[in-house]
Ligand binder design. Structure first.
Ligand code: SF4
Length: 505
């Protein structure tokens, strides 16, 4: 059944590839080869782009894609090489195309192209984009290691470069550097200590830090510390020492208590970070963000951030992508994590923000929602009718004397000597609007519209997977963008005029 469903996207791409990769878009794709020796692509760029999209759809590696071009009729149909014994292009061409797409930010244009094709078919306009934004975890591709192994891994990589340059074995070079513990594949086996014993763990840390110093001296004396291949690994080891090690109470090195803010957790992928799905569930890597058009169902923009980055950090990039589509948001459906984003802070008057507001409580006393704000006069009125000025982003303090004489005092403040204070959020007007709105059935129905983007996130996660294919933010953004293209192709295929069962998702 899965194969039949899959086959339908292949058929759709086979039939519509000239529409999706029309001539002007092909020329644009060809531009990425302008500065190359030949000044033109080695292969028709649409074919390379189609193979790139099919890779996302089928989740295959570059080698498997090469094999599919010869062995799989469906790939051959889409790439127009039916019955050929050789792939239509080399693996190098595919890898090089991907690299150039990323360098020229043309993976973003692939999404834009699907939006344009959908627009031509569906006739929707950019004037009123109602969108929902949400994120999900993307576990990193790099191995997450503890401090000992991070240090050992980075040092082993540094010495490995020297060993391969000199045509020697790693063990020999490690011994020569005075860091024999780095010779084997497992640092912990080489240390051969009781890892349950805190004293022995402290000994291990001192020995690994000693190995770092020995390697630094070895590189210095051999004039190798500035080598472009070696120094990044030494820098990584130093960074790990800086972030994870502190001075213990007896002056000896000890593992830092708590986690450093930007803690590097992987040698292979230095951009990965610890993140949280919830208070109790942690993940390591990145977050993928998806902005979905609630009317057309298309994914209009996507973003990748490190797992520890606040959600709000992604919206500048998302706004940029929307601007390049000429799209203008009229509704934005988000969860509270995005409330501090520039999309919300710098919104225009005509943008409606839909988000569940924080519950406001005050330990049984009047919450701040019991205080009325007169925005025109900049005045705040308390439940007893006392008024004073307020400033957005400031804290209002009602006069001590007024509160001292107030019959409602017990229900309002626990301060014995001072007056009641109320903080006014920088976006207090929006927060009040959100609270007002969710009191009505219509408002609550509007809030439920955001759920739609969760379905698309799951859809995209199905193709991209929960674990990143690539190292680093940019390559994973590329992978997310091409997964969004696959999602959008499904949406287009289900549009009127494509037949009811064009593609089952
Ligand atoms: S305690 Fe002060 S702020 Fe509270 S209701 Fe009385 S006068 Fe108003």
């Amino acid at each position: 059944m899965g194969l039949v469903k899959r086959a339908k996207l292949f058929v759709f791409l086979r039939e519509k590839r000239h529409e999706i990769f029309e001539e002007s878009f092909q020329e644009e794709l060809s531009e990425i080869y302008r500065e190359s020796r030949l000044g033109r692509p080695p292969v028709e760029p649409a074919r390379l782009a189609l193979a790139t999209v099919l890779q996302a759809y089928t989740g295959v590696s570059d080698d498997e894609a090469m094999e599919a071009m010869v062995m799989d009729r469906r790939w051959q149909l889409v790439l127009d090489c039916l019955g050929e014994d050789e792939p239509p292009f080399s693996k190098w061409s595919l890898v090089n195309f991907r690299k150039r797409l990323i360098e020229h930010d043309l993976d973003r244009r692939l999404i834009e192209r699907t939006v344009k094709v959908a627009k031509q078919r569906g006739g929707f306009s950019n004037r009123r984009l109602r969108a929902a934004l949400d994120s999900s975890p993307l576990w990193g591709a790099g191995r997450v290691e503890d401090t000992y192994n991070l240090l050992g891994h980075a040092l082993r990589k540094a010495l490995g470069v020297i060993a391969s340059r000199q045509g020697r074995g790693l063990a020999e070079v490690a011994e020569e550097a005075g860091a024999g513990m780095l010779a084997g594949s497992s640092l912990k086996t080489a240390l051969d200590l009781d890892w349950d014993d805190p004293d022995q763990r402290a000994v291990a840390l001192s020995r690994v830090l000693g190995a770092l110093e020995a390697v630094e001296e070895y590189l210095q004396s051999g004039g190798l510390s500035e080598s472009a291949e070696v120094s990044p690994n030494i820098e990584t080891a130093r960074r790990v020492r800086e972030q994870d090690v502190e001075e213990g109470t007896d002056g000896s090195p000890a593992l830092r208590r708590g986690v450093a803010r930007e803690r590097q957790i992987s040698v292979e992928d230095p951009k990965m970070r610890h993140g949280r799905k919830s208070r109790s569930v942690r993940f390591d890597g990145y977050k993928r963000h998806v902005l979905k058009d609630l009317d057309s169902g298309l994914v209009r923009a996507v973003g990748i951030t490190r797992a520890n980055a606040p959600e709000a950090m992604v919206t500048e990039a998302i706004s940029r992508d929307l601007r390049s589509q000429g799209a203008r948001l009229s509704e934005l459906h988000i969860d509270r994590a995005y409330l501090s984003s520039e999309l919300v802070r710098e919104r225009t008057e005509d943008l409606g923000v839909y988000c569940k507001a924080w519950a406001v409580t005050n330990a049984g006393r009047y919450p701040k929602t019991a205080f009325e704000l007169d925005w025109d006069r900049g005045r705040i009125r308390c439940p007893a009718g006392a008024e004073t000025d307020f400033e957005v982003g400031g804290v209002v303090r009602f006069p001590r004397k007024t509160c001292a004489a107030c019959p409602l005092r017990e229900r309002c403040t626990k301060s014995k000597s001072g007056g009641r204070s109320v903080s006014i959020h920088p976006d207090e007007r929006l927060l009040r609007e959100l609270r007002e709105r969710q009191r009505t059935p219509e408002g609550r129905a509007k809030l439920r519209e955001r759920v739609d983007v969760e379905h698309s996130l799951a859809h995209i996660g199905h193709w991209q997977g929960d674990r990143a294919r690539y190292i680093g933010e940019r390559k994973n953004l590329f992978d997310l963008r091409r997964s969004a293209v696959v999602h959008n192709l499904h949406v287009i295929a289900r549009m009127p005029g494509e037949g009811r069962d064009a593609i089952a998702a």
